[in-house]
Ligand binder design. Sequence first.
Ligand code: DGL
Length: 265
Amino acid sequence: MDQPIGVIDSGVGGLTVAKELMRQLPREEFIYLGDTLRCPYGSRPAEEVRIYTWEMVNFLMQYRIKMLVVACNTATAFVLDELKQNLNIPVVGVIQPGARAAIKTSQNLKIGVIGTTGTIQSKAYPDVLRDIHSEIDVYSLACPQLVPMVEKGMLSGGEAEKIVEESLSPFKDIQDMDTLILGCTHYPLIRPVIQKVMGEEVTIISSGEETARDVSAILSYNDLLYNGERKPSHKFFTTGNLAIFQHIANSWFGYQLPFVKSVRL
Ligand code: DGL
């Protein structure tokens, strides 16, 4: 089926999922929308996140998307069920895949989760993790300073390290936590900094890979995979500053994305 797949996030974070989707599904065409103008979503009330998420979805619907990937943990925590109930296309979020990947990886089932205030307060990760395995110890921590830092393009260096170190300091006293879930899709952009602060003995999990595997399986199950010869022409939209979005996107992908535009919702 030659319709595109929609990917949404509050900003540049979902690019970490989009890159993995494009790697695992090279024939598929993706349309990405980052609501950079209103980012961060993570400190907004649930109702606001719900309204903004629907605005993004309605924008992507103009492109007749055949599937929606909610590449934002905050929107997944607050709106995924409603989207699934109301859209007549498959919808995938990032929390379930991230939780599954962490359980596969952890040796001692002591798992940390960092995310936005909204995601952490929603308790979506502990709920999903314990649904899969009841014996898990989950340590949750909101890190509201990290998304604004990433959106500014501050991805490495002394100041970034200082902010990450401060944000993660409550985890210092926790013994034996062997796995850390990046419960916000912005965080893989600063993964090396997070790894340095946490130490090499902690395995870091981002949900992109596992989410892309889910998307692939769902497309295949629903007979929605594209089988033709067309070369995909992906489109990336941001509601915010085009130059900053392009800068972060190009450095994450390692090449210049051919179609990046700003848009108003
Ligand atoms: N990237 C988003 C997430 O995964 C949210 C960042 C934000 O807008 O606060 O939660």
